[in-house]
Design a protein around this ligand. Structure first.
Ligand code: ATP
Ligand code: MG
Length: 327
């Protein structure tokens, strides 16, 4: 197993080491190698990522990634966008977990990651600017397949919700219908919902949702909005999955305002490591990590973003201790 580890910038240096320790506990024999990309690299070398960095990422089975500062410099090239494109990481998975009225909700948002409004086809003018929204049958079917697989794995507790705006955007008719067709072939029930009403309803009734599949921009907004249901940015993990590679990173950025202070919440990064274990088929181990994060926080070990006084190091160590006790 080859695991690329990239801390990136800012708090990436603080939250990735404890997440790597968790991986090492379950995968002691994996080959871990560091890849240095990001803004710090750009300042040193003039490029944020080199061709050989990308080759290294491509050669890995999975990538554990911290966060990268995006500077307000026009010539700076986003590393994450480059990785997403060159490794064709077409599925962005964002679990949203928490509890409300004493009941647990567990939602998986599956966002198409390569097309839609983020296809990069734009015409910029003074009087008129256009961004083309590309939806393909191939792109819609492969993201639907991923969402259906997840729905089946999770016990298909509820219909697969298809977030769309097909009433206004004709391109979404193709997306919606491709999803319905794929789901039909896989024996998964579907429930198409308009994205605006859906966003409102998920926030109102999170217990009524299981897997939601949607297009690029809608998924971007929906998953951030759902962050409201959880304990904040420091808690949210994500995965970017392609045919050959997979990339796991916390939803938060490099948090320059708290970087270097040792107070960042490592939960999102550790949960991203749990998603990697899950991707490797280690469902039980992933469950143990998830459980450890929640139990340690509810025992009162909290970083300042959660209202506590613990450091990143203390939180990371307690979570690892708990894992070792259970495993
Ligand atoms: P970037 O340019 O890297 O995206 P950003 O300024 O957008 O950075 P984020 O990292 O997205 O910052 O964070 C937004 C806010 O949330 C900041 O105030 C940051 O301190 C806080 N935050 C983000 N991640 C964490 C974390 N893991 N623990 C504690 N606070 C966090
Ligand atoms: Mg940010």
């Amino acid at each position: 197993m080859k695991i690329a580890v990239c801390e990136g910038d800012g708090i990436g240096h603080e939250v990735i080491p404890p997440a790597k320790e968790v991986l090492k506990h379950f995968l002691p024999d994996a080959d871990y190698f560091d890849v240095f990309v990001g803004y710090d690299k750009w300042k040193e070398t003039g490029e944020s990522s080199s061709d050989s960095d990308i080759a290294l990422f491509k050669s890995s089975d999975a990538i554990l990634f911290g966060a990268i500062t995006t500077p307000p410099v026009p010539e700076y090239k986003s590393v994450i966008l480059r990785i997403r494109q060159e490794l064709d990481l077409y599925a962005n998975l964002r679990p949203v977990k928490g509890s409300i009225f004493g009941q647990d909700f567990d939602i998986m948002i599956v966002r198409e990651n390569t097309e839609g409004l983020y296809s990069g086809i734009e015409e910029i003018g003074e009087e008129r600017s256009t961004t083309l929204r590309v939806i393909t049958k191939h792109g819609s079917e492969r993201i639907a397949k991923m969402a259906c697989t997840l729905s089946i794995e999770r016990g298909h507790k509820m219909p697969l919700v298809i977030g769309n705006k097909a009433n206004v955007l004709k391109s979404d008719v193709l997306f919606r219908d491709s999803c319905i067709k794929t789901a039909g072939l896989m024996g998964v029930k579907t429930k198409p919902m308009f994205i605006d009403a859906l966003t409102f309803d998920v926030l109102m009734h999170p217990l009524s949702y299981d897997v939601i599949v949607t297009t690029n921009l809608f998924g971007d907004i929906l998953s951030d909005a759902c962050g409201y249901l959880t304990g904040g940015l420091g808690m949210l993990p994500s995965a970017n999955i392609g045919e050959k590679n997979a990339f796991f990173e916390p939803v938060h950025g490099s948090a320059p305002d708290i970087a270097g202070q040792g107070i960042a919440n490592p939960s999102a990064a550790i949960r991203s490591a749990a998603m990697m274990l899950d991707y490797f088929g280690m469902k039980k181990e992933a469950g143990i990590v998830e459980d450890a994060v929640i139990k340690v926080i509810s025992s009162g070990v909290k970083t300042p973003d959660l209202g506590g006084k613990n450091s990143t190091k203390e939180a990371g160590e307690k979570i690892l201790e708990y894992i070792k006790k259970i495993d």
